[in-house]
Design a protein around this ligand. Structure first.
Ligand code: HEC
Length: 146
């Protein structure tokens, strides 16, 4: 009875996940504060994430990067890199929605992600980080990834 009430209260509570805080705790170690990146090593997210999410296929791609990780040879700002990003699927739907809204808004008009959108992406079959790199290459060929 008390459990059911607590669940109902939780379900009714809007998400207050702070995208900047989620980023600083989970992404900044590699992508650096403000998402400026490290050329040749860690892609900048400032300016790039927003450009990727501006197109529907790119928008759908970003939650999958966080949920699956990405590792393989990809081109970032005209430079080939080969790095490893682990899956960060232990983050909640709210946290992933908030962090993606935050990174798309760095140096770009933010793209508002919802927790429902992340939940739907999480329900999709998991793919390997290598497969995500292959998808990155395919999106770059279509000029969806800059
Ligand atoms: C351990 C280091 C590390 C962490 C932590 C990390 N990333 Fe990454 N990320 C990378 C690397 C390395 C790549 C490029 C992978 C490759 O070379 O295939 C990448 C790629 C990306 C890309 C594609 C970028 C582009 O410009 O094409 C996005 C988007 C991204 N990361 C978002 C995030 C977000 C959001 C977080 C935090 C929730 C995060 N990353 C945490 C290392 C990391």
């Amino acid at each position: 009875m008390r459990m059911a009430l607590a669940a109902a209260v939780l379900a009714a509570t809007p998400a207050f996940a702070d995208g900047a805080a989620v980023f600083d705790a989970n992404c900044a170690f590699c992508h650096q504060g403000g998402g400026v990146g490290v050329p040749g090593q860690f892609p900048r997210l400032a300016g790039r994430a927003g450009a990727i999410a501006a197109k529907p296929a790119g928008r759908a791609f970003l939650p999958k990067v966080v949920l699956n990780g990405i590792s393989g040879r990809i081109t970032v700002d005209g430079e080939q890199i080969l790095g490893i990003m682990p899956a960060l699927d232990t983050l909640s739907d709210d946290d992933i929605a908030a962090v993606l809204t935050y990174v798309t808004g760095l140096d770009h008009k933010p793209v508002a992600y919802t927790a429902a959108e992340i939940k739907a992406a999480r329900a999709q079959p998991r793919v390997s980080p290598t497969e995500m790199a292959a998808q990155h290459v395919a999106l770059a060929a279509r000029k969806i990834v800059p």
